[in-house]
Design a protein. Structure first.
Length: 320
């Protein structure tokens, strides 16, 4: 089997075009998927351990409390698929429970980050010798046609609040594309963050140790490494804002000065004025009504939801 390291997924040309489109637009933006090169994936793992970043530990506690119920509800003889699996650390909770119910289990983790998938394959191989792992390096936003060729009943995990990175319209389009590759009876497990006080939300995206800031700046560092650009990382600052009107956290890099960066592959000068921002990420925070609406619009029926006691995070099972 080819390891994911052998597959070059996001080519430098594709990245350069994304960067040109985003940084010559007004306002400037960069796609959040560019965060996840090898270093970005490692920094994300550190974020998940931060005291302020309640998302991962809250979702983990829900999975630990309800893994049996979730799998019972999903149905018998499941094949697991995970969109944006990363290193699949929380997925282990479901896999362990599933292996007690069925002795043959297949797992298809999908991610744009080959290094994160390599780590997932290594860890899962050590922990679960009976599990067969077939990693797929792909951008799931356009749908993943390979899912249509997987037989049996599928449970597609889309956890970690990844859905929150997309505008609600785009989230519906992505879920529809995924739904088209599923069959009647297949299930989706969606992990989404609930709207809550900005006193909890803002520190989760702007922690005291500056780990989230370094994750955000890594997007420019990656362009320096891979495209030979010359962004001065010290001349940008990390900003995390709660936009209550549209129920999302907004993440920016703000230029501290008038400056120019050069992008050699496109022979392009990118100019920034002092105070100008690059919008690097959104993280939508959902209500029950928003969850029901995106699932319904994308062709799923919500069957059951689980959440923690404070209702900070929710995990929702929906059927095709
Ligand atoms: C917030 S992390 C979540 C990881 C893991 N699911 C969890 O719950 O901890 C998002 C993951 O999705 C991957 N990702 C981001 N955009 C993607 C895309 N468009 N297609 C595939 N994977 C993507 C990233 O590489 C990263 O591993």
């Amino acid at each position: 089997m080819a390891t994911s390291k052998q597959l070059q997924f996001l080519s430098n040309d594709a990245i350069a075009l994304d960067v040109r489109d985003g940084l010559t637009a007004t306002p400037k933006r960069l796609p959040a998927k560019l965060f996840y090169d090898e270093i970005g994936s490692q920094i994300f793992e550190q974020i998940t351990q931060l005291p302020e970043y309640y998302l991962t530990r809250t979702e983990r506690s829900i999975l630990e409390s309800f893994a049996g119920e979730i799998l019972q509800q999903a149905g018998p003889s499941l094949t697991l698929v995970e969109l944006g699996a990363g290193t699949a650390t929380k997925t282990c909770i479901l896999i362990e429970e599933l292996l007690q119910r069925q002795n043959r289990t297949l797992f298809y983790p999908i991610d744009v980050s080959p290094s994160a998938l390599d780590e997932a394959v290594r860890q899962l191989g050590q922990q679960f010798p009976a599990l067969r792992v077939n990693p797929i390096v792909a951008d799931y936003t356009g749908g993943v046609p390979a899912l249509g060729r997987i037989g049996g009943r599928k449970l597609v995990l889309y956890i970690g609040s990844s859905i929150g990175n997309f505008e609600p319209d785009e989230a519906v389009r992505i879920l529809r594309r995924i739904r088209r590759t599923l069959r009647s009876g297949d299930a989706l497990l969606l992990g989404a963050d609930f709207a809550k006080s900005s006193k909890i939300l803002v520190p989760a995206y702007d922690d005291a140790q500056g780990v989230t800031a370094s994750f955000n700046k890594n997007i420019l560092a990656r362009l320096n490494r891979e495209l030979d650009a010359d962004f001065n990382l010290d001349a940008f600052r990390h900003i995390a804002l709660w936009n209550r009107r549209v129920s999302r956290m907004e993440i920016y890099l703000e230029s501290l000065t008038d400056q120019t960066a050069f992008l050699p592959p496109l022979d392009l000068d990118l100019t920034f004025q002092a105070g100008e921002r690059i919008h690097t990420e959104n993280s939508y925070k959902y209500t029950d009504a928003m969850i029901e609406s995106i699932l319904h619009e994308s062709g799923f029926t919500l069957e059951q939801s689980w959440c923690d006691r404070k209702k900070w995070f929710g995990v929702h099972l929906a059927r095709v």
